[in-house]
Every structure is written in C-alpha cells, then in structure tokens.
Design a protein around this ligand. Sequence first.
Ligand SMILES: O=C(O)CCC(=O)C(=O)O
Length: 254
Amino acid sequence: MLSAAEIQQYQVDGFVLRCGLYAAEEVSGLIRFAQQDADMMARITGRMDTEGNQTKLSLWDDPPQNLFGFFARSQRLVEPATQLLGEEIYHYHSKMMLKEPRTGGAWEWHQDYGYWYNYACLRPAMISCLIALDRADRANGCLQVLPGSQRLGRIDHGKVAGQTGADMERVNVLLEQGPPTYVECEPGDVLFFDCNLLHRSDANRSDRSRWSLICCYNARSNSPYKQVRHSSYQPLEISRDEQMAAALAELVVA
Ligand SMILES: O=C(O)CCC(=O)C(=O)O
C-alpha cells in the first residue's frame, strides 16, 4: 500500500521507488528458477543499440503458473499499481531484462507508451513495475529517468538501431534543462513508473549481470480496441504469498 505522499510523488515525478519489497530469498529463488526455466530461455530475443551491442529480453503476455506468474500477480505489485492508476488493472505483459556482464547493450531513450500506443491502447493508463533482481548501479547500466517527463504526454517515436526510440530533438532539450536521475536499486527493490516517463539505460560495462523482471499493467478500461500485441483485459487473480513460498521451497528441494 502506498502512502498519499508516495502517490503524490509519482504524480509529480512519474515514478516511485519502493525499497525491499521482495526479500533476498525470494529474489535469489527467482533468479535460480529463471536460470533453469526452458520456456523463459526459449523466448529470449535481442535488441541492438546504437553502438552495436545487444541487450536481451524474454517476454510473455499471460502470467504463467510458476514463480514468474506469482510475482506478476502478487499483491505487493498489484495493489500499488492499482492505487497509481486509480482503477482496476490487469496484467498486460511481463519481461525479464537480461543485461549480461560486459556484453549487455543499452536501451535508448523512450516512453513505454511510445510503442504501446501502436498496440491500440487509447490512453496512457498503463504502468511498469521493475523488480531489481541484481544490484543495479551506474556501472552495470541501471535505469535512468527524466523526472516529470510523463507530463509532456506521448512524444514521437521512431526506429533507433533495433529499438523504438523517442524523438531526440525533444529529449536533448529536456536534457539541457536537467540531468537524468540514475535509479540505483538493490535486489528486491521495485520501481513503479508511468508509461510516459522517458527512460533509458547504458550498456553493462561491469563484470556483474543486471537482471530485472518488469511487470506491466493496463487499466481495465484501456484494454486494446483491437488485437495487435500483448494481453486484452482478463481479471487478475492475486497470488498468495504462500504460493510463492511453496514454489521457492520446491526449488530448494530440487
Ligand atoms: O531495463 C532496462 O534497462 C530498460 C527497460 C526498458 O526500457 C523498458 O522495459 O521499457
């Protein structure tokens, strides 16, 4: 549950960071599960950045009946995201962001709604919740955001290397007005951010991986008006902490 001050901060800045939302054992269990999950591995694709490096992600629309789904449907994410969107939400998609040591490329400046707009969602009533699985800092390419940029609304996007990037003429004007905020996170921290918040991340120049799980939600009333990509409205069944605990315990036994 977010406080009134956190909701106010989100409305002003476009993001709010909740530290320690998941325990160290939950996060390390999710990493272990991911490392041996053939389905997650099979879905990995790469996106080229402007320097020719690839950053990898693995994406799915429906929350699976496993640890990934238990995280995506957990009250710890769904309740704050519902508060921030102010209405019933549903799971739009989730993705593992796999920024590997030394090789993981950059994400160029963009707004998530820069491309979700093209998937027939009428309003920017959408949110991303980034769960840090590894420590994320400047060296391994943590997320950078431009506070308050969500209040510009959606700006134009086009092709930037293998990605969809925001109109850099405007981004550069914004950068002259103030530097980006580097969102450094510890494992288990969660960043809730608005779908129109401008964000990017550098390539991973460290020897450490920077993995995160990003769960994205849409307002029920904003379900796509036609099927292009990602999920349409389906009721979101909250997972119980005991389900996550049982799945983690099975991993320990295995
Ligand atoms: O995880 C990152 O570095 C960037 C993620 C991102 O930009 C996105 O998911 O839209």
